[in-house]
Design a protein around this ligand. Structure first.
Ligand SMILES: C[S@@+](CC[C@H](N)C(=O)[O-])C[C@H]1O[C@@H](n2cnc3c(N)ncnc32)[C@H](O)[C@@H]1O
Length: 260
């Protein structure tokens, strides 16, 4: 899986969930290890809390997707609902709850916020380890009494962004949402553990520019691009308008207005 030798070395730590270990090893083409973890940079491990990815040097804890707890729960309960910029950016307003195709799903944080507001989500994620963490979080989330219904509105598609768009069948998504990685400019010590992990596994999403034209051709109503405030426009394409936040901005490319 990891063709580039600068990529971190990964393995699956054998757990008591043997079938899950085996399925994951096949899916990601990674070894299952019972000893010598120091030969690797990161271990994937199943525990009762689900699938986690942990740095072998112990400098931070495991990253896992948990829609029912932590940051996701906090934002759902206290996060500002329809007033959030992301909600305005995709067009949540009055009774409008657009269908959204999130083509750079990552660990599903933004998608979960939108699903929590009542949008139907389709997701694509191309990095296989990130995808496995997301798939595990979705499977557990769907069984949760508090967030099960919200998580059930998030459907992870098989391919990457381009193949998902190319093979799209039926009614077009009203909104396509893009949040590609962007070269980090701040102090690395301030990078949160999730972001630090992303930077190592995903790097910078080269090729993100190529997503905009097909997205504009597929989305019936708008394409929304999340960017760091200082980043240039995706594909040097000026949006219809922007919503600016402290750190990020949302660039909105309008194809058609929503009927309220
Ligand atoms: C900044 S993260 C997204 C974070 C996400 N919005 C969240 O809230 O968790 C960008 C993600 O997009 C994925 N990605 C980049 N290009 C992609 C593509 N062409 N197809 C699918 N996923 C892609 C990367 O692997 C990475 O996980």
């Amino acid at each position: 899986m990891l063709a580039d030798s600068s990529q971190p070395r990964l393995a699956i730590a054998a757990s008591s969930f043997q079938t899950l270990d085996l399925d994951l090893a096949l899916e990601l083409d990674l070894p299952i290890i019972t000893k010598n973890p120091r030969a690797y940079d990161f271990l994937l491990r199943y525990t009762a809390q689900g699938l986690g990815l942990e740095p072998v040097d112990g400098r931070s804890g495991a990253v896992r997707v948990d829609f029912a707890a932590g940051k996701a729960r906090h934002r759902r309960v206290f996060g500002g609902g329809k007033g959030q910029q992301i909600a305005k950016a995709v067009g949540v307003q009055g009774s409008v709850r657009p269908s959204v195709l999130d083509l750079t799903a990552g660990l599903g944080g933004d998608a979960f916020v939108l699903a929590g507001l009542g949008c139907q989500l389709n997701l694509a994620e191309r990095q296989p380890v990130v995808r496995a963490l997301l798939a595990d979080g979705l499977a557990r989330g769907e069984l949760d009494i508090d967030v099960g219904e919200v998580v059930a509105a998030m459907v992870l598609q098989k391919g990457d962004a381009l193949s998902t768009m190319a093979s799209w069948q039926g009614v077009a998504p009203q909104v396509i949402y893009l949040d590609p990685m962007f070269p980090h400019t701040g102090k690395s010590a301030q990078v949160k553990k999730e972001m630090a992990l992303f930077r190592q596994l995903v790097g910078n999403d080269k090729g993100a520019d190529a997503l905009l034209t097909p997205a504009l051709a597929l989305a019936s109503h708008r394409v929304v691009v999340k960017r760091p405030r200082i980043a240039p426009d995706l594909d040097q394409h000026k949006p219809t308008y922007r919503l600016e936040g402290k750190v990020n901005r949302f660039d909105i490319y309008v194809n058609q207005s929503f009927q309220r």
